[in-house]
Each structure stands twice: as C-alpha cells, then as structure tokens.
Design a protein around this ligand. Structure first.
Ligand SMILES: *Cc1c(COP(=O)(O)O)cnc(C)c1O
Length: 474
C-alpha cells in the first residue's frame, strides 16, 4: 500500500539521529562533525522535496525504501564521497592533441614539476637576494634565462599570454591607437579576442587592410600622431590561403621605425627553437623575431615552450622596464610555483641534446610512427583481453592528411602549428552493437578517465599522446 506523503515525512529521521548513525560515525575519522551534519541535512532536505513531489508510483517506491535510516546514512556517505572526490583528476589523453587546453596544455618536465613541488613545500628566495638580503624581482632568473635563450635585452613574466598582451598594450599604448591588420584580428579559444583585449587595455583599435590582403601602404597610411604602436598577431589557429598578401616582418619593422612607433608581436606559441629541426613546419622563433627588430614579443609558457601556464614578455630593455613598472603587473604576476617550474623548464633548453627527451611536449611531437605503432600494438593486445566479447580492436597508422584533405593525424593544438597533422597510430575500437559514443563513454567512465576521439563514427585512441600501453585499459 502507498503511504501518504505526511506519513513518509514523519518517518524521516532527524538530523541529529542520522548523524549518530554508526555509518556516519565511522566517517568522523575523515570529515569534521560540521561537514557530516551539513551533508546529512542536505540529503534529508532532498528526500523531503522528493516526497512532496511524489509524482509517480516509482519514485514513491524508491522513497519508501529510502525512509530507512540505514539507507539514508548510505546516501549521506555517497554524497560526501562524491563531494570529496570531485575536482581535478588525472586523465589519459588519447585524443592525439598534444597541447590540449581542456586537459591543461603542456605536461611539465619532471624537473619542472619537482621545482614547483619544492617551491610549494619550502620557503624560497622568491624576492630576495640571499647573498645580500636585499629585496629583488621575482622574475630575475626567468629574465636571465629568456634573455640568454632569445637574445632579448630584457624580459618579464605574467600569468598567461593574454595577460602579457593586455599588460604590454596598456603600458605602451593606453589612450592611443594600435594598428592591426584585419587579417590578424584573431580569436583564440576561451574568449581571447584581440579587439576586446585592445579595448580593455585602454587603447583604440585601428584596423588596416582587408581580411586576406594587407599592404605596406595600409600601415604607413594609418600612422598618425595618435598612433602608439603597430601590433602583429600570430595566426595561431587558422590560415589565410588563396589570394593573400601580408607585409613581411623586415618591412614592418622599417615602417614602425620610420613612423616612430613601437612594433609589438603576439607570437602565441612562442617556439624557443626552430621546429623545422625536427621536420615540423616552421613556427616563428622568438629569437628570430627579436633579431629582425620587433620591439616586444609576447608568448605563452605552456604551449610549445612546454612549461607552466604563464605569459612571457621579451624585447627592448626600455620598453620592458616600463611594462614591469606598470601597477597592473602586480595584478598579473606569477606565483612561486609557476616561477620555479618555468625556470626549470627554461634551463632544459640550455642542453639541446637532452631537450627532446626531457620536455614532454617535444618528446610527444617528435615520437616516430614506428615507436607509436609498437606501443599501439601492445596496447591492442591488452585491450582485446580486457574488453571482452563483441569488441574488435585494430591498429591503424594515420598519415598527415586525411583522404578528404582534412587533418587526420595527431595535432599539436594549443594554437601551435595550425592545420598541421602529425602522422600517428590509432587504436580503433568497435563493437557489434554499441555505438562509437557508447564506447567513448565506457573509456571515459574508467577510474582514470581515458579520453579518446570519435572520427567518422569510429572510436579512436590516438597513441601519440599516450606513452604507456597499459594506460588505455578501461
Ligand atoms: C594562445 C594564444 C593567446 C593566449 O595565450 P594564453 O597563454 O592562453 O593566455 C594569445 N595570442 C595568441 C596568438 C595565442 O596563440
């Protein structure tokens, strides 16, 4: 017989009685009394609402069952465990995207992680010269390393590249005009839109040229007394092809010089070394841009550089000093763990030989297809055993371009090497009945979630971004 909601409500235990239940008593070793009481109160409230709603037979049945103090105590435990288990967790990246922004971009080198760990646990000489006891800049070691690696006269570091662009523009062009080619008014994922950043920096955007073609005369014609700087943005996540024209860097440097304005470039990924060395397409190299005469460059620390989230500003000393002294710098500064990790990452670049092994971003980018295929085959063997009947597991090598011309292989991601696919090996998992989406969900529900990708109705695990075969076992 169906109990009325009034009776059910009366049968619910009180908060105090529930908290005294032995199941919850056992939780006291891990959670404070207040936390357990709050969780108990929430569960009771939820039950009360359900009883009042009491829409159909089924929910009443489940409520009937729930109005037993043992079950309610279990619900409180579950709710607490879910709450305590939430938050960042490790994920296996089977997407093939090396710099996956949603997965935290660059995996740090062990050296960098250890440096951050130590800086987190112990006091460090963040803003003090230990030999003299005098207060110093927290950026000083990063600056020395960036200067050594890029030939910059000076450098400083902030929270991310969006912050670096904001700070550079606000310092050098507040209240004045910033000239940008219409072909470079970029939007990067996560709501970084150059026109908005320019406006928020207190500058006025002066667009020149057209989407596909911008000429030297467009720039020279735009420079007036109210112009503070020419701004160049790297097209990180798209290409302009076909009938196009852009002004070469040498020429742009000359135009800025003759116009008496600064030239600032947002490089985005900011490669410290030439990617062509590894048979990868050319990505602007910081040192070359500075050498060519760009006054200030900005770039991310967690893209191709392979370090922690940060934004580096490098270039002419006079301008960097001004940027450093902007009060906004204080609002955008990095914490000690980021600085420690960035220093350790930059130090790896001092040893070019070891760099590719030590720096995960470069290691993943430069893995050979043979190595990836070998790993994929080992993983496929294990998967066939683990997945059980109905599943088919195959290894397939993917070239740079798909048959339809789209990128088929892995991608670098994070706004680096746009439109370029790295050859790779993927594990294709299919099932007699289950859809690619169901298989995707099964892998994702694994205790360490395994994130694959679905391509043309097939579930794939791209093994370029997985280093140990065992990792892809759900
Ligand atoms: C990625 C990128 C940014 C944003 O950098 P964050 O470090 O993510 O803030 C800005 N500009 C360009 C050209 C980029 O590629």
């Amino acid at each position: 017989m169906k109990k009325s909601s009034t009776i059910l409500l009366r049968e619910l235990p009180g908060v105090d009685e529930l908290v005294r239940h032995e199941t919850l008593g056992a939780l006291l070793a891990r959670y404070s009394h207040e936390v357990i009481t709050d969780a108990a109160r929430e569960v009771l409230e939820r039950l009360r609402l359900n009883i009042l709603r009491e829409e159909d037979e089924k929910s009443v049945k489940s409520i009937n069952k729930a109005v037993c103090i043992d079950d309610i105590a279990s619900m409180v435990t579950e709710s607490l465990e879910a709450f305590a288990g939430a938050g960042l967790k490790r994920v296996v990246n089977g997407t093939g995207t090396i710099l996956h922004t949603n997965l935290g971009r660059a995996q740090l080198a062990e050296e960098a992680a250890r440096a951050a760990f130590n800086a987190a646990l112990y006091p460090v000489d963040l803003e003090m010269d230990i030999t003299t006891g005098v207060r110093t800049e927290r950026d000083r070691a990063v600056e020395a390393l960036v200067c050594a690696l890029t030939g910059a006269e000076a450098a400083c570091v902030v929270n991310n590249n969006a912050g670096a662009v904001l700070l550079a523009l606000n310092t050098l062009a507040e209240g004045a005009e910033v000239v940008v080619s219409r072909g470079e008014l970029i939007e990067i994922g996560g709501s970084f839109r150059l026109p908005d950043i320019i406006e928020k920096s207190g500058c006025r955007l002066k667009e020149v040229g057209t989407t596909n073609r911008t000429h030297a005369s467009d720039y020279t014609g735009a420079i007036t007394d109210s112009t503070a700087l020419l701004f160049k943005a790297h097209r990180s996540n798209y290409e302009v092809v076909g009938f196009t024209a852009e002004v070469g860097l040498k020429e742009l440097v000359k135009i800025a010089e003759e116009g008496g304005v600064a030239l600032v470039e947002d490089l985005g990924a900011g490669a410290l070394i030439d990617m062509a060395r590894f048979g990868l397409p050319k990505e602007p190299v910081v040192a070359q841009r500075l050498e060519a005469g760009v006054d200030i460059v900005t770039f991310s620390g967690d893209k191709l550089l392979g370090g922690p989230q940060s934004g580096i500003i490098a270039g002419k000393r006079k301008l960097v000093d001004k940027i450093r002294n902007n009060p906004l710098k204080r609002a955008l500064r990095c914490d000690k763990m980021t600085i420690a990790a960035l220093e350790a990452t930059l130090k790896l670049y001092l040893n070019g030989e070891e760099l590719c092994n030590r720096l995960p971003v470069l290691r993943l980018m430069t893995r050979s297809v043979e190595e990836i295929t070998g790993n994929a085959n080992r993983a496929a063997l294990l998967l066939r055993e683990r997945l059980g009947p109905g599943y088919t597991v195959e290894v397939k090598e993917l070239g740079t371009d798909g048959a339809d011309g789209s990128v088929a292989g892995s991608v670098v991601g994070g706004g680096s090497l746009p439109g370029y696919g790295l050859p790779t090996a993927v594990i294709v998992v299919t099932h007699e009945e289950l859809s690619a989406q169901s298989i995707y969900n099964r892998f994702l529900a694994s205790s360490t979630p395994i994130l694959g990708r679905i391509n043309k109705e097939l579930f794939l695990l791209d093994m370029r971004t997985v280093e140990e075969p065992e990792e892809v076992l759900p």
